[in-house]
Write a protein that binds this ligand. Structure first.
Ligand SMILES: [Zn+2]
Length: 255
């Protein structure tokens, strides 16, 4: 049963609607409270991920983003307001989450993630979430996840479409198993090339947050070796199974 000294009255009040869910209960809520995750990217995907992980009561959330808010972000990045123009997204996003849920702790990381700083910056976080918008960062995160043995929740969006999956070292393939080669320059900047509308990252980010929470609780299907593809123009949701690529250049155990 719940240890009252760990889950205080304010927590019980705030999370009561999910604590009564049979698959969560007080034990599950305590697990979420003790969990620590990092979201890389505080844009269209990172926003809903942060909102729903904050709402669910994940105890510690790091958020990495070097970018500043631009007017063209506001059709999809709903954490921000016009007067935030020019301010750092990681700091703004952490500030939003702190005021939304004072029971959790936020670490804003307003830095550009690269191969020289990723190990130091992400070392404190056992769970990785890729809400970035470019393949250089996506490969960097996938390689780091498999080097460090940490689960990585991946998502990407373009126009009305999106994909997401969960990479777990030792259990699944990695990003390079699905996308072995760096996509073309045009494909790397999907949002600029093909456009994006806010509900697409809203849906994909919400599904990624669901997968993170249910991975932490070890319940349900959180897309291991499965790529969920979503087309909101067609209201189409498809799950495609994939296998680890035995010729993958990322060192990971063949399954
Ligand atoms: Zn691989």
């Amino acid at each position: 049963m719940v240890n009252e000294s760990l889950l205080r009255g304010t927590d019980l009040d705030r999370y009561t609607r999910q604590i009564i869910m049979p698959l969560i209960r007080e034990e599950g809520q305590l697990l979420l409270k003790k969990s620590s995750v990092v979201i890389v990217g505080a844009g269209g995907l990172g926003g809903p991920i942060l909102q729903y992980l904050s709402a669910a009561g994940i105890g510690k959330i790091g958020i990495v983003d070097f970018d500043e808010v631009q007017p063209s972000n506001l059709n999809r990045q709903t954490l921000y307001k016009p007067h935030d123009h020019g301010q750092n997204k990681a700091i703004l996003a952490a500030s939003w989450a702190t005021s939304f849920n004072p029971l959790i702790s936020l670490d804003p990381l307003p830095v550009k993630l690269d191969s020289t700083n990723i190990r130091t910056l992400l070392e404190p976080y056992p769970i990785l979430i890729d809400a970035s918008d470019n393949f250089a960062t996506r490969y960097l995160l996938s390689d780091y996840a498999f080097e460090s043995g940490k689960p990585l929740f991946f998502g990407a969006v373009s126009g009305f479409t999106g994909v997401c999956t969960t990479f777990i070292p030792g259990e699944t393939g990695c990003l390079r198993c699905i996308y072995p080669k760096t996509p073309s320059e045009q494909y790397q900047s999907l949002e600029k090339s093909y456009g994006i509308i806010g509900f697409t990252p809203g849906v994909v980010g919400s599904i990624m947050a669901s997968n993170v929470v249910r991975y932490l609780l070890q319940i349900g299907n959180y897309l291991k070796n499965q790529l969920l593809t979503i087309d909101l123009n067609e209201n189409s949701f498809m799950t495609i199974s994939y296998q680890p690529n035995p010729n993958c250049i990322t060192p990971h155990q063949p399954l």
